[in-house]
Design a binder for this molecule. Structure first.
Ligand SMILES: [Zn+2]
Length: 311
C-alpha cells in the first residue's frame, strides 16, 4: 500500500484555495517528498506528517514554486535536532541551489546532506525503485517514477494441502530459500503460490509540455500525476506546460489506471476546472485538492481529504 498526500496542488503561485506543488509519498515507515514549494513545512504540519521521517527529497526542477520550501524544511529539521542524513535528488544545478539555502541566514545544518544530481537514472532502495526521466520544460527538469517491488503470489491452500505443508517454520524456510526438500521431494515456492503480485507504480511528471518520455515511463502505471496547468492551448500559449486534454492523451496512450490532473493555474476555480476536465477527459481521473490523501494498492485506490472533519 502506498499513500500519496497532495500537500500543494496549484501551479505557479499559491492562492487562498491551494498551495504550490509538494507531494509526500508514505511507504513503509518512510516519507518520500516530491518537490517542496514554498510553505511545504506548513502543509506537512497541517497534514500531521513529520518532516523528520523524510530521508529523501526529489526536486523536479528549480522554478520557485517547486523548491522554495526547501529552506524552511532544512531549517526546521535542524531546529528539531535532526542527526540522520538527508538525501536530495534533482537535475543539474541541484548542488548549487541547495548550497545557496545552506549559506543563507545564520544557518548551518547539524546533519549531513547528500546531493545527487541525476539525468535519467534508476535507483534501487529497500522495497522500491525510483526512476528519473527527462521532461520538456525549457530548463533541466525531471519526472520521477516510484515503483514498488513485485511481490510473490499468495500461498494457495489447496496446493499446500497437496504437498502436505502447513503454516509453520517449514513454510517460512520455503519463503526464505525459495525451495525445500520434504520426504525426498523438492518443493519450490512457485509450486504452492499464485501469480506474482505487481508492485504499485506511480509517476509524477513535475512541469512539462507534452513529452513522449512521459508516456514511455508511465506505461501501465497505477497513478500518473501529470502537469495539467491549463484548460486550453490558448491559455497555455508558449509556456512549457500541458493542458488537461494533453495530459489525458498521455494517460490513455500509456494505459495508466488513474490520472491526477495537477498544477492547475491559479486563475481557475476548482468547480470550473473540474467541469471542463469532465468534458475533455475520457480516462479515469481525479483533480486533487490540497490535503487529499490517495491510497493506492495494485488493485484499487481510495481518495479522502485529511482535513475533513478536522476543522
Ligand atoms: Zn516550472
Amino acid at each position: 500500500m502506498v499513500q500519496i498526500y497532495f500537500l500543494g496542488t496549484g501551479g505557479i503561485m499559491p492562492n487562498r484555495e491551494r498551495n504550490v506543488p509538494s507531494i509526500a509519498v508514505r511507504y513503509g515507515g518512510e516519507i518520500l517528498l516530491f518537490d517542496a514549494g514554498e510553505g511545504t513545512i506548513r502543509q506537512m504540519n497541517v497534514a500531521k506528517l513529520s518532516p523528520m521521517k523524510i530521508d529523501k527529497i526529489f526536486i523536479t526542477h528549480f522554478h520557485g514554486d517547486h523548491y522554495l520550501g526547501l529552506g524552511g524544511l532544512l531549517q526546521t529539521m535542524n531546529l528539531w535536532n535532526r542527526k540522520k542524513p538527508l538525501h536530495i535528488y534533482g537535475p543539474e544545478h541541484t548542488f548549487e541551489f541547495v548550497q545557496n539555502f545552506i549559506n543563507s541566514g545564520f544557518f548551518g545544518p547539524a546533519f549531513d546532506i547528500y546531493v545527487h544530481e541525476l539525468g535519467e537514472a534508476r535507483l534501487k532502495f529497500d522495497g522500491y525503485e525510483i526512476w528519473s526521466f527527462r521532461v520538456k520544460h525549457g530548463i533541466p527538469a525531471l519526472g520521477y517514477v516510484f515503483k514498488e517491488e513485485d511481490r510473490r503470489g499468495k500461498f494457495l491452500p489447496e496446493k499446500l494441502k497437496v504437498y502436505g505443508l502447513e503454516p509453520g517454520p517449514l513454510l517460512g524456510k520455503l519463503e526464505r530459500e525459495g525451495q525445500i526438500e520434504l520426504n525426498g521431494r523438492i518443493i519450490r515456492l512457485e509450486d504452492v503460490t499464485g501469480p506474482r503480485r505487481r508492485g504499485v507504480k506511480l509517476v509524477y511528471t513535475g512541469d512539462t509540455a507534452p513529452c513522449k518520455r512521459v508516456a514511455l515511463f508511465s506505461e501501465k502505471a497505477d497513478l500518473l500525476i501529470h502537469d495539467a496547468t491549463y484548460l486550453t492551448p490558448e491559455d497555455r500559449g508558449e509556456s512549457y506546460h500541458s493542458t488537461v486534454e494533453e495530459a489525458c492523451e498521455v494517460a490513455k496512450r500509456a494505459k495508466v489506471k488513474l490520472l491526477a490532473l495537477f498544477h492547475r493555474a491559479f486563475r481557475y476555480s476548482y468547480g470550473e476546472y473540474l467541469s471542463k476536465a469532465t468534458e475533455l477527459c475520457d480516462v479515469d481521473f481525479i483533480v486533487p485538492k490540497d490535503f487529499d490523501l490517495l491510497t493506492v494498492e495494485s488493485d484499487h485506490w481510495e481518495l479522502r481529504n485529511v482535513l475533513e472533519g478536522a476543522l
